[in-house]
Design a protein around this ligand. Structure first.
Ligand code: R5P
Length: 294
């Protein structure tokens, strides 16, 4: 097995390489003046199982293209197997056709990667795990929620209330609760499929005087967390924190969340950012080691 540190996940890739003792294959990359991507492997991958670590957070399309180009170059240069490690898998939220005429974007991405030579995929907290069942190769989903919850235990927030911003994320709150040892619950979120506007409500949640940590897979515009924080304040929560696996934080999302009364935003290095306090490296290294020995 050899590892290629994709241009978007160099630091994370370095940590994974260190933990797994995998030999690194350097890759040169640049962008042509017209915007097209260029990659060239600078090492030998002949008869090797190649691991490519490349997250596909914004700008998603060029990063997906880089991943596909690295996979194709690896296959062309004799790699026996290619596993793509894609911590943030772009387009995963459109996992089905919600409205007539739409497609299932994540399936388009999976087939594109397959065509480029990818044989297996490892991702982290994909928005809906069931989407992986339709992939044309084996795909594994890891969860970083226990690592995020552990961060808060170390910070002294044991027994904090683990809150999911919608019912679908309740499994995330339950994973956090298993580490934190406090209560867990969820808000309800309705989305208008035409405008994208969401409304959040709560029923029967008692967080008065509690430290609450809102856990989510993704923070993008921050609207979900800002809305949740508003409800928690109305309900008398004493302290509010938030944690997510993929801190995309578009524009001034972080500022809006902090202005809404959230004390700290914690994310992972799935999307390298100022809030990436928790590394996915141990989680991914463990999964790769299991794959190597299995
Ligand atoms: C959607 O259901 C996801 O789990 C997140 O809650 C959502 O993507 C967050 O987006 P935003 O930060 O734009 O509200």
């Amino acid at each position: 097995m050899k590892i290629i540190l994709g241009p978007t996940s160099k630091e994370l890739g370095e940590k994974i390489a260190e933990l797994t003792n995998l030999e690194k294959v350097p890759v040169a990359h640049r962008t042509f003046p017209d915007g097209e991507s260029y990659v060239r492997l600078e090492g030998n991958v002949q008869n090797e199982h190649v691991i490519i670590v490349q997250t596909t957070s914004p700008p998603q399309d060029s990063r997906l293209m880089q991943l596909a180009l690295i996979a194709e170059a690896s296959k062309r240069n004799g790699a026996s197997k290619i596993t793509a490690v894609v911590p943030y898998l772009a387009y995963a939220r459109q996992d089905k056709a919600f409205l007539q005429g739409e497609g299932a974007s994540i399936e388009t991405i999976a087939h594109m990667l397959k065509a480029a030579g990818v044989d297996a995929l490892v991702t982290v907290n994909i928005h809906a795990e069931k989407a992986l069942k339709k992939f044309p190769f084996p795909a594994k989903n890891l969860s970083a929620i226990p690592l995020l919850a552990e961060y808060f235990v170390q910070k002294g927030c044991k027994k904090a209330f683990a809150l999911a911003p919608d019912k679908g994320a309740m499994y995330i709150a339950e994973q956090a609760q298993a580490v934190l040892g406090g209560e867990a619950g969820h808000l309800d979120k309705q989305r208008d499929r035409h405008t994208g506007q969401t409304t959040q409500t709560t029923e029967g949640l008692n967080v008065k005087g509690q430290t609450v940590i809102i856990f989510d897979d993704i923070i993008s515009t921050g609207g979900t967390i800002v809305g949740a924080a508003k409800i928690l304040k109305e309900q008398g929560a004493a302290r509010i924190f938030t944690a997510c696996v993929h801190p995309i934080l578009v524009g001034d999302a972080a500022k809006r969340i902090l202005d809404a009364g959230v004390e700290e935003i914690v994310g992972t290095d799935s999307v390298p950012s100022q809030v990436s306090q928790v590394s996915l490296a141990p989680l991914i290294a463990k999964a790769l080691k299991a794959q190597e020995s299995g």
